[in-house]
Ligand binder design. Structure first.
Ligand code: ADP
Length: 293
């Protein structure tokens, strides 16, 4: 048997080859062909669940869309997908077009989520790491994302298989946004998320402190439900940018349940969130484009 040529394209025996590396090579080429048309790939991560990571991912997508960018959202939380609901497309199903799997359209934002492959929203996906990896590969290689300015990748909470899969498949990730809440237990986990990103050499765009105080709807004063400012201190300590704080806003959850991002309304949280997006854009695109709306 002829010695394996790492470059399958130029290999004389490629037609009859059964080496699994050939398949991997084809997959890598498919991912890079699709993802080469996406300018910026941003992961949104958190050390623990319930801190508002998916809410931040979806609002980031909508804010970027409102600023004139073309945007896609990849829900990489295979076993606990929630971005479809937050984007108001929960009941949609996957369909195949001539160029591959068609992403679902959520008022101009392209979305792919495991939720579109489930028979109903209460179904559970009980998959081990390799299956989740296969799903993420397919979402990156077989979905006809087209040309995008931004792909926002909503990761599951914690430091599990999915971030590793995404990082292995996307060598040119723009960076990761890490979401935390001010409680020490969340901050501890966000430090783990920062350290994981550092160990995987993923650029850290910064930390967002969500649920940072409650703006009183009557007097406008900030009530410190949990001690605020921990996210900023953690960012300083870990030497990563602090992107800003978003208050607890009673309008956020009902809007999310209705598939509306809070940045689409003049909510208390929206103003703070836009400043977070300004900072992300300053890092990614430079200051000039940050204010382009
Ligand atoms: P995660 O993705 O970290 O598990 P979610 O984005 O699903 O968290 O948010 C958990 C819940 O908290 C949702 O009901 C969401 O609407 C709510 N939430 C998120 N951020 C805020 C906020 N700033 N103010 C009020 N509620 C929020």
């Amino acid at each position: 048997m002829e010695e394996c040529d790492a470059n399958c394209e130029s290999c004389a025996t490629k037609a009859s080859c059964t080496d699994p590396r050939k398949e991997m090579d084809a997959m890598a080429r498919a991912v890079s062909a699709r993802m080469g048309r996406v300018k910026h790939k941003i992961m949104v991560a958190s050390g623990k669940g319930g801190v508002g990571k998916s809410t931040v991912a979806v609002n980031l997508a909508r804010s970027l869309q409102a600023r004139g960018f073309s945007v896609g959202v990849l829900d990489a939380d295979i076993t606990g997908p929630s971005t479809a609901m937050l984007l108001g497309v929960e009941g949609e199903r996957l369909s195949a077009g001539p160029a591959g799997i068609d992403p679902v359209d959520s008022r101009g934002v392209k979305v792919i989520s495991m939720a579109f492959a489930l028979s109903d929203s209460g179904s559970a996906v009980v998959w081990r790491g390799p299956m989740k990896m296969a799903a993420i590969k397919q979402f990156l290689s077989d979905v006809s994302w087209g040309d995008l300015d931004y792909l926002i990748i909503d990761l599951p909470p914690g430091t599990s298989d999915e971030p590793l899969s995404v990082v292995q498949l996307l060598a040119d990730l723009t960076g990761v946004v890490i979401v935390t809440t001010p409680q020490e237990v969340a901050l501890l986990d966000s430090r783990k998320a920062v350290n994981m990103a550092k160990s995987m050499k993923v650029p850290i765009l910064g930390i967002v402190e969500n649920m940072s105080g409650l703006v009183c709807p009557h007097c406008g004063e900030v009530i410190e439900i949990f001690k605020i400012g921990g996210g900023e201190r953690a960012a300083q300590e870990l030497r990563v940018p602090f992107l800003g704080a978003i208050p607890i806003d009673p309008e956020v959850a009902p809007l999310g349940d209705d598939g509306v991002a809070f940045v689409e309304r003049r909510t208390a949280a929206a103003e703070s969130f836009e400043k977070v997006v300004d900072r992300i854009l300053e890092e990614v695109e430079g200051a000039r484009k940050a204010t382009l709306r």
